[in-house]
Design a protein around this ligand. Structure first.
Ligand code: ADP
Ligand code: MG
Length: 318
């Protein structure tokens, strides 16, 4: 038993308040790959997944600005594009980092589709904001012309498009990747999979699949991947060193080693922010209840120590 799935959050790819440039993404990734190479050098089976929110935002904006000259692509295609660009970035930066620590492994990206249920209630209740902020007038036009669901964000004083965020049901490329790992390739290969939780697809009556306009929570997608591959550890890497109770309030307390029951209690009590920390914890609970052994929430600087049981928020079962 072994193996770690590292799910990289947006901050590993893009600096908060940054300009969203490719040069910046490379700098961010270069800061992240050292610790990934270190984990890989400990003979751990290592699988990498990642978020794609900011990158999808950029492609949506490019679509919008270019729509008069080139036809826009649907969201499932944008998801595939982000898996390509981020996978390419990880391959480019992680490969030399592996060489530096003397690890002979290849980094390979698998464009990944994740099945969601056509009748998932999320399709009737879009909840995930994507893309830029719009004025009230723009929001009115977009609602009418595109049938988009728009929501006012009081804090930022603008309108945003909401898309459905259905539950991931199955990772379609999972069985193939699992067979490769089982064939012993886990020690030779670092798969980059299910970026952005995977491209959301639904099953057609004939058994084939088609993409849908939706986004999958990358942490829930990562949990599905870790279970499918029978990995021991799910490590969610974000921009805070762990999960806290009373987060941002008086009496804030960062969690270290906790039991499954404690984490569930805090979750039920609403300690974790919706759309940010809560889906990470949900992903962890799903993983641990599904047969996973270890769940970690941490940031890049603490990742190695968190895996060693010395930092981050950690739950161990079995
Ligand atoms: P990622 O891109 O890595 O998925 P998110 O922004 O979605 O990052 O989630 C991380 C954020 O969750 C933190 O920056 C923090 O602001 C927020 N957060 C909400 N509740 C908590 C909590 N209880 N403990 C720690 N962070 C929390
Ligand atoms: Mg997130």
């Amino acid at each position: 038993m072994g193996g770690i799935l590292v799910a990289l959050g947006g901050n590993a790819l893009q600096r908060a308040g940054g300009n969203g440039s490719w040069a910046e993404a490379r700098v961010q990734m270069r800061a992240a790959v050292g610790v990934l190479a270190e984990i890989a050098s400990d003979d751990h089976e290592l699988v990498i997944s990642h978020g794609n929110g900011p990158q999808v935002g950029i492609l949506l904006r490019q679509n919008e600005l270019g729509a008069r000259e080139v036809p826009s692509r649907p969201m499932d295609v944008l998801g595939a594009e982000t898996q390509g660009q981020i996978g390419y970035l990880i391959q480019t930066e992680l490969t030399p980092a592996l060489r530096r620590v003397g690890v002979d492994r290849s980094v390979l990206t698998v464009i990944s589709r994740t099945e969601v249920a056509r009748n998932d209630p999320a399709f009737r209740n879009p909840s995930k904001p994507v893309g830029r902020y719009y004025t009230e007038e723009e929001a009115r036009v977009l609602r009418k012309q595109n049938g988009w669901v728009m929501q006012f964000d009081g804090a930022r004083g603008g309108w945003r498009r909401l898309v459905p965020s259905p539950k991931p049901v199955a990772w379609l490329e999972g069985p193939a990747v699992r067979r490769l790992l089982e064939a012993g390739l886990g020690s030779r290969w670092i798969p980059v999979v299910a970026g952005g939780g995977g491209i959301p697809v639904v099953r057609r009556p004939d058994g084939s699949f088609e993409g849908v306009e939706a986004v999958i929570d990358k942490d829930l997608g990562a949990s599905l991947v870790a279970l499918e591959l029978g990995l021991d550890t799910l490590a969610v890497v974000t921009d805070v060193p762990g999960a806290a109770v009373s987060f941002g309030k008086h009496g804030e307390r960062w969690l270290g080693e906790v039991t499954l029951e404690e984490l569930e209690r805090y979750h039920a009590r609403g300690e974790f922010g919706p759309g940010s920390m809560s889906p990470k914890v949900e992903a962890g609970l799903q993983f641990l209840h599904g047969g996973g052994h270890r769940f970690v929430i941490t940031d890049i600087p603490s990742l190695a120590r968190a895996i060693a049981g010395e930092a981050g928020t950690r739950v161990r079962v079995g």
